[in-house]
Design a protein around this ligand. Structure first.
Ligand SMILES: Cc1cc2nc3c(=O)[nH]c(=O)nc-3n(C[C@H](O)[C@H](O)[C@H](O)COP(=O)(O)O)c2cc1C
Length: 141
């Protein structure tokens, strides 16, 4: 059984809804999944999971949220080489630049991103939540 962590930050709840659906999908696919708000996670925890799925919306000007999410993610970076990851998040008026940059960052660290990333505009609709579930399922498979 795969051990999976879904680790997220969300300001207004959109990425949180995505995180919950990704987590549900992983569990339905039979993974031993845990859901963490980013403050509950640390670099040390990376080793405890086969797959780590990070979620953070586009903030600032096309960057990760800097006060809470980024410090934890930065601390995890040293543990991500060879690790299977997922990346997801919600965005607003942009074109997903923050996620393209984030994808490049994890690939440069040597992490694996077998299902690519998943982004949704603002509040997820039913179809979006299904996409999130499937993303979690596929990473569990
Ligand atoms: C301070 C702030 C900065 C933001 N910066 C961006 C941005 O650079 N690009 C973008 O597409 N959306 C931006 N947004 C919009 C959020 O990414 C969007 O509303 C998202 O759905 C928020 O997700 P959350 O509910 O998980 O916090 C910003 C929102 C806030 C509050």
């Amino acid at each position: 059984m795969k051990k999976m962590a879904v680790v997220y930050w969300s300001g207004t709840g959109n990425t949180e809804q995505m995180a919950e659906a990704v987590f549900q999908g992983a569990k339905e696919a039979g993974a031993e999944a845990e859901l963490f708000q980013v403050g509950q996670f640390s670099a040390k925890s990376v080793e405890d999971f086969d797959v780590v799925i990070f979620g953070c919306p586009s903030m600032g000007a096309e960057v990760l949220e800097e006060a809470e999410f980024e410090p934890v993610y930065e601390a995890c970076k040293g543990k991500l080489s060879g690790k299977t990851l997922g990346l997801f998040g919600s965005y607003g008026w942009g074109d997903g630049e923050w996620m393209r940059d984030w994808e490049q960052d994890v690939l440069q660290l040597g992490a694996l991103l077998p299902q690519g990333y998943l982004i949704l505009n603002e509040t997820p609709d039913q179809e979006g939540l299904e996409e999130c579930k499937n993303y979690g399922k596929n990473l569990a498979g």
